[in-house]
Design a protein around this ligand. Structure first.
Ligand SMILES: [Zn+2]
Length: 385
């Protein structure tokens, strides 16, 4: 028989605020009571576990291997590096990154897997999440149907060990054929798509120019075009909708934000990666103000750096300040936890009676406010409950 545990944390993250003087009783993994207490706290700050809303575990070994500052050069070089990797080294990178996520307090991961090893790594590390199989069909060689069969096979092989939700990472509006987008949109499975990450992507769609357009011309691929940009293009293909996660959403205007909001699609914001690749700063405040559910993603170690949600929250706050559209510490913590979960379709990732949310304790001496915690927190401060 399992005994209940009563925690008296220094503070508890209840929804979007840090509340003191609460005790939380947990029985068999479920929160059964939350009450007021005047007893001395006996542990640190209690929060729902972090949600990493955008991840590529398999690129862990490429940390500090690739140049920043130029999005299209980065994509070219990472594609080259991938070709030289052995399956064993990719498996090991996935394992390492999955364990680092877990140790950093991440309990739920939106994983984007090209090679078929992330599912096993997540299962071994005890990470729940959504496993999105990456799909690229433009200029891939071998034919579209062949490529799609291979993607299905890769995901099926991971379902044997990974028992969580699965979906499709339709890589980007310029690397997946329009007909393939339409086909996956009709299936109704969860979809994730990198969209409007760079100005080059916008130039391609609106003007048919720029480095992505040059690359597509060089490989004989047709140029996808839309006078209102890639978000409008996805909308017309029927892709935007509930259960669709738009990743990055950097080079967007208010009309794009309105389209994403009206479609009830969600957004994964990856500020460290965006800075590294010199992409425009995503308009997070305007997305939140428009009612879009936004999660915070670490992206891959190749562009996002260390697996550290505190660092990512700091980057998010700093970029929103630089845009002169600041968001608050409470908003960014929500994005890193409950909001990230909601962006992936999970409705109960919060500390409330009846919830079975995985929880973390953050022990950082002297940190009593969310501002403090984000400014000074490091992954080593996190303990799993
Ligand atoms: Zn990505």
């Amino acid at each position: 028989m399992t005994d209940s545990v009563v925690l008296r944390p220094q503070a508890v993250l209840v929804d979007r605020s840090l509340e003191c003087g609460l005790s939380v009783e947990v029985y068999d993994g479920e929160i059964v009571h939350i009450g007021e207490t005047s007893d001395r706290p006996d542990c640190g700050i209690l929060s729902p576990a972090f949600v990493n809303a955008h991840s590529h575990l398999e690129y862990r070994g490429m940390a500090e291997s690739l140049p920043g500052g130029d999005y299209t050069r980065f994509i070219r070089e990472i594609t080259q590096l991938k070709r030289g990797q052995s399956p064993e080294s990719v498996q090991e990178d996935c394992r390492r990154a999955a364990h680092e996520n877990r140790a950093a307090g991440v309990g739920y991961l939106a994983e984007h897997s090209d090679r078929p090893y992330s599912g096993q790594a997540m299962a071994e590390a005890g990470l729940e999440g959504v496993l999105f199989q990456e799909v690229l069909t433009v200029a891939e060689g071998g034919g579209v149907e062949q490529k799609l069969l291979e993607c299905e096979r890769r995901l099926d092989s991971q379902r044997e060990v990974f028992k969580g939700a699965t979906g499709w990472a339709l890589h980007a509006p310029y690397t997946v054929d329009a007909e393939v987008f339409r086909r996956f949109a009709r299936r109704g499975d969860p979809i994730s798509v990198h969209v409007a990450e760079s100005l080059a992507e916008r130039d391609l769609f609106e003007h048919g120019t720029g480095p992505i357009a040059d690359f597509l011309v060089s490989v004989g691929a047709p140029l996808p075009r839309h006078s209102q940009g890639p978000v409008a293009w996805l909308s017309e293909l029927g892709v935007l909708g509930k259960g669709v996660q738009c990743v990055h959403v950097c080079a967007v205007n208010n009309a794009d934000i309105e389209m994403i909001s009206a479609a009830h699609a969600s957004v994964a914001h990856c500020p460290s990666s965006n800075v590294f690749l010199a992409c425009p700063v995503a308009p997070v405040k305007r997305l939140l103000d428009a009612g879009v559910t936004v999660g915070l993603g670490l992206d891959s170690a190749a562009s996002g750096g260390a697996i550290d949600m505190f660092k990512e929250m700091r980057a998010c706050l700093q970029q929103s300040d630089e845009r002169k559209e600041p968001i608050t510490s409470a908003q960014v913590w929500f994005m890193a936890t409950t909001g990230g979960a909601e962006s992936l379709g999970l409705g109960d990732w919060r500390i409330e009676v009846g919830s079975k949310v995985p929880m973390i304790l953050i022990e950082h001496p002297g940190a009593s406010s969310l501002d403090d915690l984000i400014a000074r927190g490091v992954p080593q401060d996190v303990k799993w409950l």
